[in-house]
Design a binder for this molecule. Structure first.
Ligand code: ATP
Ligand code: MG
Length: 426
């Protein structure tokens, strides 16, 4: 197969190599799925020696296919044209059918979860969401996420969703099936299909609508969200267990050091932050599997309640790290940070408006309180009772955000900086 994958992949929004110079993009494993449909694992190498593997489905055609945008056209091989088959409803349907049959095709293994009926006749459409993978929605029933950049190891999103579906937790999108392959001696997840939360809104959109609209009441939603997160934590603790560890002072300090290098504005605060972490050296934490990257953009409000999605853990971390048991306060802190983002972004262009800052602060306090109330009611344990540890997780997250904002979105750097100053003065 000789296709200009390199020219095509750099135009894809899920391409992760933008800061690097691409050296080569060549198919490593090609699996024919249908006469004109190939499954391709594409090895991309960079001038700096780094390498990544991507998943591409190639639809072959003799003539241009109407309705496929420029972004879907990979190129031609001889007189055949190649398209990104994720834009082809027929290809998406075929993937769903393979999962339905729990088929094995060459090195690819498709698995349907027990007792599931897949919407094989529903009309597929590619999700318009700005995301790092590609999702296809089937009618109102199912969403198939095809991973773009793939890595070896157990995928936490599939792993945790499988456990949560097994115990029928109502606060996740039920796992319907998945597909994977082997990469050397390791598994390599390629995609998953879950229940589609029809008529849902993203938590971030709802929260920012509230802060934009003069801080209208959001506390009832926050309380319900706290209950949902506690329910998911309790289910994960029951099925996958808990253990205890010392507060990871060294990890937190190392992360701080990395962040200070990226965001010099952190430097004056670093000694106080370090002191906060060191004080926790004797704390014992109960740890368990958690979401790992929870924020208001990872929760959907359906007519029935809140649903948590995307259990992939912290982006950019190796899979083993992401699967490491952690304190549930990591997730709680993630939501609390998200409230501050939703409120403080109102202040970005009004930094001198004290009254607005006060209203933003009160909105954060009300919603943090409601969230913790809801959490405590279900968990039987109140995050606020572990105030210093919770604050350390909030600091850890805010420090990470500061590094991110300093690099990519300097106008938002004041958001985490304001939070860090608040936490340190409390
Ligand atoms: P990102 O790069 O943002 O992490 P991703 O490729 O990991 O994206 P998700 O975060 O799982 O993909 O989903 C992207 C978006 O698709 C979500 O923000 C949500 O709007 C929508 N979505 C995901 N899963 C569902 C679902 N089960 N039901 C309804 N909508 C969903
Ligand atoms: Mg995501």
């Amino acid at each position: 197969m000789t296709l200009p994958f390199g020219d095509w992949i750099v135009r894809q929004r899920w391409y992760a190599g933008r800061t690097r110079v691409l050296a080569d993009a060549a198919p490593a494993v090609v699996t024919p799925l249908q006469p004109d449909l190939d499954h391709v694992l594409l090895d991309v190498s960079y001038a700096d020696g780094a390498a990544e593997r991507y998943q591409v489905l190639v639809r072959w055609a003799d003539a241009p296919i109407d309705g496929f945008g420029d972004v879907a056209r990979i190129g031609s091989d001889g007189d055949r044209l190649a398209y990104d088959a994720m834009y082809d409803p027929q290809a998406a349907r075929h993937l769903l059918a393979l999962i339905d049959r729990s088929a094995t095709v060459g090195p690819l293994t498709f698995v349907k979860e027990p007792g599931i009926d897949l919407p094989l006749d529903a009309a597929p459409r590619v999700s318009g969401a700005e995301q790092s993978n590609t999702s296809v929605i089937f009618g109102r029933d199912a969403i198939l996420k095809v991973f773009r950049r793939v890595t070896p190891g157990i995928n936490p999103d599939i792993e945790l969703n499988r456990e949560l579906a097994r115990v029928q937790n109502p606060h996740v999108a039920t796992l319907f099936g998945s597909f994977d392959t082997q990469w050397g001696s390791q598994p390599c997840a390629l995609g998953m299909v879950t229940a589609f939360a029809a008529d849902s809104s993203e938590g971030w959109d709802m929260a920012t609508a509230s802060t934009r609209d003069d801080f209208t009441d959001f506390t009832e939603e926050s309380r319900l969200l706290g209950e949902a997160v506690a329910s998911v934590h309790a289910a994960l603790a029951r099925t996958l267990g808990t253990s205890t560890v010392a507060f990871p002072v060294d990890t937190a300090l190392a992360r701080l050091q990395t962040a200070v290098a990226a965001a010099p504005a952190l430097a004056p605060h670093a000694p106080l932050i370090e002191e906060r972490y060191r004080k926790l050296a004797d704390e014992t934490l109960t740890v368990q599997r958690v979401h790992g990257d929870l924020h208001l953009g990872q929760v959907l409000r359906t007519p029935a309640g809140w649903v948590l999605i995307d259990f992939e853990g912290e982006p950019g971390q190796p899979l083993d790290e992401r699967r490491r048991p952690d304190s549930p306060w990591r997730d709680v802190a993630g939501v609390l940070r998200s409230y501050e983002y939703a409120a403080y972004q109102r202040l970005v262009d009004h930094s001198g408006d004290g009254a607005l800052a006060e209203r933003a602060r009160q909105w954060v306090d009300r919603n943090s309180t409601a969230f913790c109330d809801g959490y405590a009611a279900v968990a039987g344990e109140d995050p606020r009772a572990s105030g210093q540890v919770l604050a350390a997780y909030e600091l850890d997250k805010a420090v990470y955000e500061a590094a991110y904002e300093a690099r990519f979105r300097p106008s938002w750097l004041p958001i985490p900086m304001r939070s860090i100053e608040r936490i340190l003065s409390a």
